[in-house]
Unconditional design. Sequence first.
Length: 83
Amino acid sequence: MLPAWAQGGLDVGQQAPDFSAAGSDGQALRLSAMTAANRATVVHFWATWCAPCMCEMPELDVLYRKLKVQGMTLLAVNVKEAA
């Protein structure tokens, strides 16, 4: 079950609530430490068992490659799977 803030969603331009999650190295990372106020940030929650999530990944990769030089940050958060 997702936390209450994740169930309601956000509108474009709204600031996401800060949260922390373990990085691939096991160290805790905070959303606020990964983003900057002057950069567009896409936070994508995904899992390998989620077919739509997996279909979105190639499109997000193309988007990121196009916009990273303009300051876009893509943060992909894996849900409920072991490292």
